[in-house]
Write a protein that binds this ligand. Sequence first.
Ligand code: MEV
Length: 401
Amino acid sequence: MPRRCPSLRLRSEIIGLKRDRKTERASDAATGLTEDQQLDENHMPYVSPSPRLPVSPSRSTSASAAAKLILCGEHAVVYGRPAIALPLAGIRAHADVADSQVGSGIAVHARDLHRRWRVANDPNGPISQLITSVLSYLEDQVTFTPDLRVSISSTIPIASGMGSGAAVATAIVRALTGHLGRQLAPAEISALVYASEQRFHGTPSGIDNTVIAYEQPIWFLRTGDSLNNLHRPSITPPCAALVPHPPLIEPMSIASPFTLLIGETGVRSATRLPVGEVRRRWQAEPARYEALFDQVGAIVTQARAVLEQGDIAALGPLLSQNHMLLQQIGVSSPQLDALVGAAQAAGALGAKLSGAGWGGVMLALVAPDTRARVLAALEQAGAKRVSATVVNEYRPKPSAS
Ligand code: MEV
């Protein structure tokens, strides 16, 4: 897998995105407390070291990570069929890591959620566990518990199928390891985030953390023993996740640019819920679900071929067929169907839900002459927000042999 390729050009523009940093800052200011005081007020068990040592001007490190979109193949990818995923470079999660008072440990501030906590006081939370696992991965280099403030923010809607959790985790891993003097390879970042996803999402395929860590269009296929996760309890030590049975990941060649509109239902749906329900149904009716997954896999294989040929018009019907299969798998919803139907009726080349379903987002493939009409139809049909992403031509560099 080549390192991040400078020729990759994926652009997202957000229509109607509202984000009010001033309000966030004001709400912090309104408490009249310093960040440390708020931490101590909110989390009583923390006893601050006394007296506090003066802090020198702090060093800080920032990093970000892109949102993602599954173009086709979601759910079936968990069961060993291929899927295609794209990074959305314009919609990102950010993490800043800064030095803090000696002895203060690691404090986290989730700006969008207006939540602050200390890792020591919330050791089992997803972000605390991620931070702990990164430190243990770096244990050769970091033999002490550093004193840090980790601040996170994101423009990726939560529980919307756009990889918000994996992107926040990736930004944290990048910023934290960078701050501690280590530059990790995408495969290492992806594995650390995958372990975190496994702890909280049950049986993720690994596609989200992979496309976000590599930040390029990918063809993704779980192979061999990586599929055994389906039958095992989902806890894997983070470092072990770096070693065994990686999936097949190939950079996707895209011969012609195309535009996707992303319509948000505004309905939050945690990935693990539809993923868990599909698993129950697959266990109850294996033959039926295996046949549905095979049909999805065949569509994804055709989608790869048309993308490589630059035959964008042929991609549309494949996306719409994928949506029908996702309906049969049981992960669509009335809101998703309404948006997909409205996009198709307004002239989209194809449309489907994207991600885990039951809420979240759908995508519509549009030609330049129908883009405005489809956008208006999505808004009319109840989309809470519509973004446009131009996926540009992309040819992966041949890897050095
Ligand atoms: C979620 O973005 C994609 C799913 O296929 C789950 C997974 O692959 O882990 C629904």
